[in-house]
Write a protein that binds this ligand. Structure first.
Ligand code: F6R
Length: 614
């Protein structure tokens, strides 16, 4: 979702801002803009609808300079994607310029109030309302910008990460956050600002994550100053970020998504490394060990997540229930937070989020906290909001995921959930040692098996060409592979815009089978496990209605591979680790179909990587 970049120092701001905006493209956006204060203290705003490259072309015709600036990529919420609605927004006197991530919920009441005072609006955004409110408070009370921002933010309801330039103070950027992340990078006599650390790491690894309702006064040649919106001073906690810049580049791959699919053998290894001992006979997921009393005493676990992370949660439920015999519920965070759930201090919440910033998941965590539940986070983005809001947790350590469609984060989440279930069941002393050891050993084998599947990339690419005609797809799976069917369908729809549904295979005959005809591709996860014969029957039912079967089978399969129209052979693994294998060909299938259709794979329409609004 929207991205923020800022710079103040002794270098030209524009190259840093434009590069930063390009690095933020992965978050999803539909317009972009920049504001700069030049050497004659003129404040200028440049913005365009569309891609950052269009903004770059637009600005290339201008004569720009300045060492203080802010930039923004906007993902439309209030008002269509357009130049007028793009950020930055000027104040009415054009002395201030503001960029904003988040939503001002009471913007309409504030707008009416400002209209009554004679203000007019150039855009339909909630953001313009905020900068006009700040300006109004500043002028009518004759205040410094910082105090005006404090008073304005006390009045607004909603979420924000903002940065403001003031023509009268070219040496300063004012920034603030509430429920929308903001990171300040501390360089050598210069500061950077980002909605995440991605555009900053090239310049510095020293960062400060702003907390809710904190305002940063970022001033040239001065130490960073932080105060709250109520004017209480706050000490900036400087953290070191460990991120490798090469992880933010595509290398030789045409898309980040393909790179990230291919990274999975390594990312999975990174996820288990250090958590399984050298002799392969012990797992130490430190957060589980450190909080085992709390976790073992849990009446039940409630997993809250959205999208792909929710699918990982469905697999986690099966892993935890079967290994630990603790009941697990899996909830869409967006529903959980609004339905007054029965939850108390005997419950443990597991919040799963790649970005660690998903607004609904964060709100579900906050709600559960108020009811006294213990909160465990499973996140990928280090230092993001959810890990900071939880009692404990485990990172997936799969490296930054840039492609909007989640791939390696999913397999990382499933792996952490498997490690969690194994560690806890060992602590609970209910897992047979032979099963414990066999599962650990197999987890170590998974990266090699993933490589075997990736070798079939060309074959899957060729298969994909056959299906670009399709307007619908059905994905079927059972047991541990039912959530993978949901995930396969989600991958296809989000990047190829083909309608796809995932079902538990046996549910077909309760309705969806009516959709089957000779044009309907049906992807069936039919690997060799305890439900193989059941899935075989489900395949026969589809075959009888002439559906086109694409089956995922285990290497050496002699039955389903003969019945299916097309099949992909996969290495055998344990049934409960199968999702780590079966997810990969479905990611590749979705990727190649989208590429064949000429879609923007890494930045599909309407989607954002980090969903920071509810
Ligand atoms: C799908 C996808 C989304 C995210 C969802 C939650 O490919 O990426 O469905 O999984 O928006 O995001 P996180 O995991 O960051 O909370």
């Amino acid at each position: 979702m929207c991205g923020i970049i800022g710079y103040i120092g002794n270098n030209d701001a524009y190259p840093i801002l434009i590069k930063g905006l390009k690095l933020l493209e992965y978050r999803g956006y539909d317009s972009a803009g920049i504001a700069l204060i030049n050497n004659e203290n003129l404040l200028s705003v440049y913005k365009t609808k569309g891609k950052v490259s269009e903004l770059e072309t637009f600005i290339s015709q201008k004569n720009i300079s300045g060492t203080t600036g802010i930039g923004h990529t906007r993902w439309a919420t209030h008002g269509e994607p357009s130049q007028a609605n793009a950020h930055p927004h000027y104040s009415s006197t054009e002395t201030l310029a503001l960029i904003h991530n988040g939503i001002i919920e009471n913007y309409s009441a504030i707008k009416e109030k400002l209209k009554a005072k004679g203000y007019s609006f150039q855009s339909t955004t909630d953001t313009e309302v905020l900068i006009l409110l700040i300006e109004h408070i500043k002028i009518s009370n004759n205040l410094d910008l910082l105090n005006a921002v404090q008073l304005a933010l006390q009045e607004v309801i909603g979420t924000y990460a903002i940065a403001i330039l003031d023509k009268e103070r070219p040496d300063r950027i004012i920034a603030a956050r509430k429920s929308s992340p903001l990171v300040i990078g501390i360089g050598n006599q210069e500061f950077f600002l980002g909605s995440d650390a991605t555009p900053i790491i090239e310049y510095t690894d020293k960062v400060v994550y702003l907390e809710d309702e904190e305002i940063a006064v970022i001033q040239k040649n001065e130490p960073l100053k932080i105060v709250t919106i109520n004017n209480e001073p706050s000490n900036p906690a400087i953290k070191k970020i460990e991120l490798d810049i090469s992880q933010l580049e595509k290398g030789n791959y045409p898309h980040f998504m393909l790179k990230e699919i291919f990274e999975q053998p390594e990312s999975l290894f990174n996820c288990i490394r250090g958590r399984i001992n050298a002799d392969n006979n012990h797992i130490a997921l430190s957060a589980v060990i450190d909080h085992k009393e709390k976790l073992l005493a849990a009446r039940r676990f409630i997993i809250v997540a959205c999208g792909t992370s929710w699918h990982a949660g469905l697999i986690g439920k099966q892993l935890i229930e079967s290994f630990c015999r603790i009941p697990v519920e899996v909830e869409y965070a967006s529903e959980f937070r609004y339905r007054n759930p029965v939850i108390d201090e005997k419950d443990v919440i597991i919040a799963i989020s790649q970005s660690g910033e998903t607004a609904d998941t964060l709100a579900a965590v906050e709600l559960a906290k108020t009811r006294g539940a213990f909160i465990y986070g499973i996140c990928n983005a280090v230092g993001s909001s959810i890990p900071r809001a939880t009692d404990t947790g485990s990172y997936t350590h799969v490296g930054p995921e840039i492609g909007v469609a989640s791939t390696k984060a999913f397999t990382g989440q499933v792996t952490v959930l498997a490690l969690l279930a194994l560690t806890l069941s060992k602590e609970k002393k209910i897992i047979e040692n032979s099963i414990f050891l066999e599962t650990i050993k197999e987890l170590y084998n998974i990266p090699e098996k993933m490589k075997e599947i990736l070798e079939q990339n060309e074959k899957i690419a060729a298969l994909s060409q056959i299906f670009t005609y399709a307007h619908n797809f059905i994905y079927l799976g059972r047991g541990y592979n039912f959530p993978v069917a949901l995930e396969g369908a989600l991958k296809l729809k989000e990047i190829s815009y083909i309608h796809a549904e995932g079902y538990p295979a046996a549910e077909m005959k309760h309705g969806p089978i009516a959709l089957i005809d000779n044009e309907m591709p049906v992807v069936v996860i039919a690997t060799n496990n305890s439900l193989y014969d059941k899935v075989l029957s489900n395949i026969q039912e589809i075959k009888a209605r002439k559906g086109k079967i694409i089956a995922l089978v285990t290497k050496g399969d002699k039955i389903i591979s003969q019945i299916a129209d097309f099949y992909i052979e996969l290495p055998a693994t344990l049934e409960n680790l199968d999702p780590l294998i079966t997810a990969i060909p479905l990611q590749l299938l979705a990727y190649h179909i989208a590429v064949c259709k000429g879609m923007d794979v890494d930045q599909p329409r309407n989607l954002a990587k980090s969903v920071t609004v509810e």
